[in-house]
Design a protein around this ligand. Structure first.
Ligand code: ISL
Ligand code: CA
Length: 575
């Protein structure tokens, strides 16, 4: 393994600063609060932190709308606080990856203000301006956050493009000055000591010239995906970025991960093939889309979740990245609901084998995620088994995705109560409720009024109740992460999905095998409440349990939601 691939045996922890820890009681998480909790990360054993955006921003999309790339938003702190955080992490051998949001800026960024000021502005071409068509928008595209992707600018009598909110105008990556400005900004952060970037919607930066209409969906608007995702110059721009930014520091090594909604295996392999020099890995979205209605993620009418689909999709990506590429492994992030509520069993009932179903299924999901080949990402609170919030009223939501979605449908005469179940299941605020440090009011997150309500489950799901407590979800994550650090099979081994295969006899048994150098590791998890007998060929004689969710894990039967890792040496086998 080359030194450039140090991230292969590390686990990344994602921090959403607004919801992580508030040091000054204003209800909003900040950098000082984050500094206060770096020991939590060190105890967990992660090697990298990915920090969601902290730059100056009007906060229309919680910082994914940046108005100044070289300032910290005062709500989060100062550049000095930032330097202190980097130092505190580095002192614990934890690297820091920044969020790079450069498909778009805020409409309050000085580049956009200049661009919007006149048709002949020197920065006019830094954004994507078009004439209207027949008195309407230039094409039929629908924004990711509902409504058209075009906003009319009265002063200059043209529309500008925004794939996300109207306060997030898209940069024009066709313009070389834009690209150079972005690269200079990236180098500035690298000089400040950051160890890489997570690149927000980076596969949307190259649009098909002519911006053709897309296929019309349920709302009557067209999809922008075909013309924007993985566009004609996407790979060229990534390779240029690598040369202009990362190659400028031959003595340093970085982690680069592209967020790439709608990417397929072929493009993802191109992105992460070291020989092509683009990024180290990408976040693909297929597995988090399987149980959503493709035209409307909040629709109640949606494909059913099955373990066969989830396991099979992840296995296809394992095979697809093969030896050459590399996967990022995630079940959660700040845009996804809590995985234990989505794919586990988040009941607080105590199971006959001990622990609640929620705790047991949080461990089963954790074990299976870490059993795959790639770099695992853990989202804040996932290591505690945090669950979805029991949403009831519209006034509880903060995310503009939900608010815009509801507004558009209410204008058509639909009522919120009919949308609630679909929204509750998969909305992004599920991930954005405050980190649960303790069972006190404010969850130990803030002494003030949090910007979004604390999940009531904080009373019993919190770090204080778990860190250092044998059998807790946190301690299970800690053991998994330690295992990765010392076990080359987990990092380098080949991957094989044993179960569930299509039409197999064990639809609730997830089993994968990794092989490296005559050594095998088998991960087995029971994704149901019923005891399940494990076929003997998955549990070869002489195999030993290296890690399990239950202390007595050696019977050939998995209890409800049990997880085990079995280790086996081929030449030690007796039958
Ligand atoms: O979560 C989604 C909507 O259901 C995704 O489509 C999401 O918008 C997409 O993955 C892009 O996400 C990233 O860019 C957005 C920002 O809102 C997300 O938080 C960010 O992760 C725009 O910058
Ligand atoms: Ca604060």
């Amino acid at each position: 393994m080359g030194k450039n691939q140090w991230w292969r045996d590390q686990v990344v922890y994602q921090i959403y600063p607004r919801s992580f820890a508030d040091s000054n009681g204003d209800g909003i998480g900040d950098l000082r609060g984050t500094i206060d909790h770096v020991d939590h990360l060190a105890q967990l054993g992660v090697g990298v932190v990915w920090l969601s955006p902290i730059c100056a921003s009007p906060q229309d999309d919680n910082g994914y709308d940046i108005s100044n790339y070289q300032q910290i938003d005062p709500m989060f702190g100062t550049l000095e606080d930032f330097d202190e955080l980097v130092a505190a992490l580095h002192a614990r051998d934890i690297r820091l990856v920044m969020d790079l949001v450069v498909n778009h800026t805020s409409d309050e960024h000085e580049w956009f203000i200049e661009s919007a000021s006149a048709k002949d502005s020197p920065k006019r071409d830094w954004y994507i301006w078009r004439e209207g068509k027949d008195g309407k928008e230039p094409n039929n595209w629908e924004s990711f956050f509902s409504g058209p992707t075009w906003e009319w600018n009265e002063a200059t009598q043209q529309y500008y493009l925004h794939l996300f909110s109207k306060k997030q105008p898209d940069l024009n990556w066709e313009n070389p000055e834009v690209r150079q400005a972005v690269y200079a900004m990236m180098r500035w952060w690298l000089e400040r000591g950051v160890d890489g970037f997570r690149m927000d919607v980076i596969n949307l930066i190259s649009k098909v010239p002519g911006l053709p209409d897309g296929p019309v969906g349920p709302t009557g608007r067209g999809s922008c995906f075909d013309a924007c995702a993985n566009g004609p110059r996407f790979h060229e721009f990534l390779a240029e970025m690598r040369r202009e930014v990362f190659d400028a520091y031959p003595d340093r090594t970085f982690l680069t991960v592209g967020e790439t909604p709608g990417i397929g295996i072929d493009d993802a392999l191109k992105c992460s093939d070291p020989a092509r020099g683009e990024v180290d890995m990408v976040f693909q979205f297929e597995h988090v889309g399987l149980d959503n209605n493709p035209g409307d993620k909040f629709a109640i009418d949606r494909p059913e979740h099955t373990l066969t689909n989830l396991a099979g999709n992840l296995a296809a990506w394992q095979e697809g990245m093969d030896e050459r590429g590399w996967n990022s492994l995630y079940f959660e992030n700040h845009d996804q609901p809590r995985s234990v509520s989505r794919w586990g069993d988040d009941s607080e009932e105590i199971s006959p084998a001990g622990g609640t179903w929620r705790e047991r299924s949080a461990k089963a999901l954790a074990g299976m995620l870490h059993a795959h080949r790639g770099t695992p990402y853990v989202y804040q609170g996932q290591e505690l088994g945090m669950n979805n919030t029991p949403w009831q009223r519209l006034s509880e939501f903060r995310d503009l995705e939900v608010l815009n979605y509801v507004a558009v449908r209410q204008a058509e005469g639909k009522v919120f109560d009919d949308m609630l179940a679909g929204i509750a299941r998969v909305n992004r605020d599920n991930a954005r409720t405050p980190m649960q440090w303790s069972g006190e009011p404010g969850a130990g997150f803030s002494t003030g009024e949090p910007w979004i309500a604390v999940n009531p489950a904080a009373a019993y799901i919190n770090a204080a109740a778990q860190v250092g407590k044998p059998g807790s979800v946190f301690e299970f994550y800690r053991a998994l992460i330690a295992l990765r650090r010392e076990n080359p099979v987990l990092v380098h081994g080949d991957f094989e999905l044993l179960s569930p295969l299509a039409d197999c006899a064990h639809p609730d048994l997830w089993a994968v095998r990794r092989m490296f150098d005559g050594e095998s590791l088998t991960a087995l998890a029971n994704f149901s409440r019923e005891d399940a007998e494990v076929p003997s060929e998955w549990w070869p004689q002489g195999a030993s349990v290296v890690l399990g969710s239950d202390l007595d894990a050696d019977a050939r039967v998995l209890r409800g939601w049990e997880f085990v890792f079995l280790s086996h040496r081929a030449d030690r086998a007796t039958g």
